[in-house]
Design a protein around this ligand. Sequence first.
Ligand code: SF4
Length: 91
Amino acid sequence: MLHADRAGSPGWMARGACRSEDPELFFPIAAVGPALAQVSSAKAVCGRCPVQASCLSYALITQQDGIWGGTTPEERRPGTPPAARRPAGPR
Ligand code: SF4
């Protein structure tokens, strides 16, 4: 998992669906082209995560890089239209 093992991490991280995933999945090198498949795979994990809302809030507050709460850094950037910021989830 990408963040659960950090010392002092928020308690919700231990319940993240990504705990058993390769951390690299959540840090694609781009948000376009071939990396889109990786972004989609990471978002699919987030879509079944019980702590997605906490994760997204944390990423917005702490300005994290990578996929957090089912969103890319670009989607979390201030000024991004709300529809583009919608996190991953059941479709
Ligand atoms: S929302 Fe995604 S990145 Fe955040 S803890 Fe859950 S699976 Fe991990």
